[in-house]
Ligand binder design. Sequence first.
Ligand SMILES: C[S@@+](CC[C@H](N)C(=O)[O-])C[C@H]1O[C@@H](n2cnc3c(N)ncnc32)[C@H](O)[C@@H]1O
Length: 268
Amino acid sequence: MKNNYVHGYHERESVRLADQADCLSALLHHDSIFVENSLVLEAGCGTGAQTRIIAAQNPGSQFISIDISEASLRQAEQSVRSMNISNVQFRQGNIFELDFDDEMFDHIFICFVLEHLPKPKQALQALKRVLKKGGTLTLIEGDHGSAYFYPRSRAAQKAIDALVKLQALAGGNALIGRELYPLLMETGFKDCQVSPRMVYVDASRPEYVEGFTKNTFTAMIEGVREKVINANIINEQTFDKGVRDLYRSAEADGVFCYTFFKGSGRKT
Ligand SMILES: C[S@@+](CC[C@H](N)C(=O)[O-])C[C@H]1O[C@@H](n2cnc3c(N)ncnc32)[C@H](O)[C@@H]1O
């Protein structure tokens, strides 16, 4: 998995994930409220960027948060403990080889993970096994095809497309947001619903200009510079202009839009 994960496990990516989660907290999580006393499995918790939000806002639930990366788990644990959140246990684990009994959890939460997996449907099936009958799943993903901005820029579009291609070459799918509904249905979940969450950014929302356009989205594109250039997906000049143009959309007259997709389903 480590080689396939296009964003890597370095410090800057960890800061980016935290910026993303904090900036999008209200948009993505105002309704991440679980039934009191739920046992929740968070799959692919990474460095705990979502964990600290959902665990803090559901003090009546217990969380088991797993990730394949030991190093990320250590960071997650540190971050959550520093906030005095005590309802989370962290465990190393692989979504495809879950070490839990059948039908153990009331709820499963998975965010920004399926986009990196070659077999997202199998991942959902593996998660469904450990979900109680009547239990629910929350699934959040982005879709890089939903990014548009002012001023328009061919180079910026090519830089975004380069990341989409890199992720596809690694077996992932950066356009997975639009597929959440069919994925949930094909995995046999019932009462499936997908709620699009659009981030609209202009200079009247300075916290989003910094937190989203610059520190989340453009930082993510910038972060794969070496990889997309080394893989000959895009040339250096076009990529660098693309990144400059993305930063340009964060200036006083610029606009940036992106849509996340939050899906849910119930096991019957
Ligand atoms: C983009 S990060 C998202 C982390 C976190 N959910 C967030 O939103 O900040 C994706 C995470 O999925 C983890 N991951 C990937 N494949 C996995 C697998 N098969 N089992 C468990 N975790 C996995 C990676 O180690 C990484 O921490």
